[in-house]
Design a protein around this ligand. Structure first.
Ligand SMILES: *[C@@H]1O[C@H](CO)[C@@H](O)[C@H](O)[C@H]1NC(C)=O
Ligand SMILES: *[C@@H]1O[C@H](CO)[C@@H](O)[C@H](O)[C@H]1NC(C)=O
Ligand SMILES: *[C@@H]1O[C@H](CO)[C@@H](O)[C@H](O)[C@H]1NC(C)=O
Ligand SMILES: *[C@@H]1O[C@H](CO)[C@@H](O)[C@H](O)[C@H]1NC(C)=O
Ligand SMILES: *[C@@H]1O[C@H](CO)[C@@H](O)[C@H](O)[C@H]1NC(C)=O
Ligand SMILES: *[C@@H]1O[C@H](CO)[C@@H](O)[C@H](O)[C@H]1NC(C)=O
Ligand SMILES: *[C@@H]1O[C@H](CO)[C@@H](O)[C@H](O)[C@H]1NC(C)=O
Ligand SMILES: *[C@@H]1O[C@H](CO)[C@@H](O)[C@H](O)[C@H]1NC(C)=O
Ligand SMILES: *[C@@H]1O[C@H](CO)[C@@H](O)[C@H](O)[C@H]1NC(C)=O
Length: 350
């Protein structure tokens, strides 16, 4: 698999009983040789807390943040830790190893300090997270803030107790911030990278090796007119397709479902092979059909404008979205909405 998964596999955590008060998890850098336990059902708190205890050699527990510029002419993006691209498309991609981590969970939010890396994130209240970076070894310094504008959710629905947190077989997923008003203020080796955009934060985890049961997956998020959308379309090795659809409008959830007809994501344009194989190049776009329930169906064309990271198994891109809502019943005037997205595909088999 990719360096990405290896690096973000953080190790060992002190598992404390769930309670609504603040909880501190100390995660040592050494890999545990014990069997691990993963949490796959939501409880009354801890959406953004560690889910794996301890982290052994097959497990991972990962916190992910990104921001895509909403300026239609910019392909700037940032993903911590830490890759991104400048507005002109020049990518950078840095990995930092830590000496361990401390994650503090408060209700459903968290703060995290990756010791020895210069990276930490802080929940600063009022649905805002701030990432602080001071990493002279790789030449990166600054802040990235995320003011949430769309409610958190799990793969199959809103944030309620007793939800299944598996987005695919034994892959947990909790999306604390599906969309945020974000500000990036970084200096990367003396060059300023500053923009505002659509931010995003989730976490995923498993007690088994990531590649165990995945043929391919498409994931992405973006803002299209008044809609904040997140898509997941996941193919297990036996051909079973798992999906998760999310749309919020003006900060209210319109759709949050893992029903098989809730969403479909398929490659389009050049190199649109489905399912994708290790040897097939990434496609030039995707089509997303997202069921908005009473509002109708959102039909979105996503066009790749910049590939931010590309290795054979994994591609992360920034793109344009163009979409319409087809109302229930089909007719009515349709306004074409535009927006920006950040998305990825995994393909793990030939
Ligand atoms: C976790 O999810 C993020 C985005 O949702 C993705 O980029 C990353 O590859 C995932 N990591 C693993 C180990 O599944
Ligand atoms: C696991 O690690 C502990 C502590 O380092 C060690 O005492 C023990 O022998 C190890 N067990 C196995 C099965 O390797
Ligand atoms: C880690 O824990 C899982 C789940 O208990 C177990 O299946 C797996 O064999 C363990 N891996 C290692 C390397 O010990
Ligand atoms: C993306 O959208 C911008 C702004 O509308 C436009 O200038 C650009 O040509 C588009 N790129 C692609 C590849 O469609
Ligand atoms: C929280 O954020 C909202 C939206 O930006 C803002 O209107 C409100 O004033 C903020 N509240 C506090 C206490 O900062
Ligand atoms: C900054 O420059 C150093 C030294 O040339 C290099 O090792 C590092 O990769 C650069 N950092 C980034 C984020 O490109
Ligand atoms: C945390 O999430 C749970 C559902 O997982 C929910 O019942 C609870 O109300 C949330 N707590 C807060 C403080 O939002
Ligand atoms: C993969 O997922 C399928 C569908 O959920 C399941 O039937 C199968 O047992 C899983 N296989 C492995 C190797 O985990
Ligand atoms: C499609 O694949 C071909 C062959 O690898 C490549 O030359 C072409 O640039 C690809 N198209 C896109 C849009 O990536």
């Amino acid at each position: 698999m990719t360096r990405t998964t290896h690096l973000l596999r953080l190790v060992g955590s002190l598992w404390l009983a769930a309670a609504s008060a603040s909880q501190v998890y100390d995660i040592p850098a050494a890999v545990s040789n014990r069997t691990t336990t993963a949490l796959f059902t939501s409880s009354s708190s801890g959406l953004d807390a560690p889910k794996i205890n301890p982290v052994n050699n097959s497990a991972f527990d990962w916190w992910y943040f990104d921001v895509v510029s909403t300026d239609p002419n910019s392909v700037a993006s940032v993903v911590v830790q830490i890759s991104g691209s400048f507005p002109n498309g020049t990518p950078f991609n840095m990995f930092v190893n830590g000496d361990g981590a401390t994650v503090t969970a408060d209700d459903n939010v968290s703060s995290g300090d990756w010791h020895g890396t210069g990276f930490k994130w802080i929940h600063t209240g009022n649905a805002t997270y701030t990432i602080q970076v001071d990493a002279p070894d790789i030449g990166v310094k600054g802040t990235i803030s995320f003011h949430s504008i769309a409610p958190a959710h799990y793969p199959c629905g809103p944030m309620v107790v007793g939800q299944n947190m598996e987005v695919g077989p034994r892959i947990g997923w909790a999306n604390a911030i599906p969309d945020a008003a974000s500000t990036v203020e970084l200096t990367v080796n003396g060059t300023e990278l500053a923009f505002t955009g659509a931010g995003y934060h989730d976490k995923n985890w498993s007690d088994q090796i990531f590649t165990t049961n995945i043929t391919s997956w498409y994931w992405g998020h973006g803002r299209l007119g008044p809609y904040s959308i997140v898509w997941f379309d996941f193919l297990a090795l036996d051909g079973t397709e798992y999906v998760s659809a999310y749309a919020a409008k003006y900060g209210t959830i319109i759709a949050a479902s893992c029903e098989s007809n809730s969403i479909r994501v398929r490659p389009t344009g050049q190199n649109a092979t489905y399912p994708p194989h290790l040897s097939t190049p990434p496609p030039s776009g995707y089509h997303v059909t997202l069921d908005l329930e009473n509002e109708g169906t959102l039909e979105v064309d996503v066009t790749v404008t910049e590939i931010v990271m590309d290795i054979s198994e994994y591609t992360r891109s920034v793109g344009n979205m163009s979409g319409v809502v087809v109302p229930v019943g089909g007719q009515n005037e349709r306004t074409v909405m535009g927006g920006k997205a950040l998305f990825e595909q995994f393909k793990l088999t030939e």
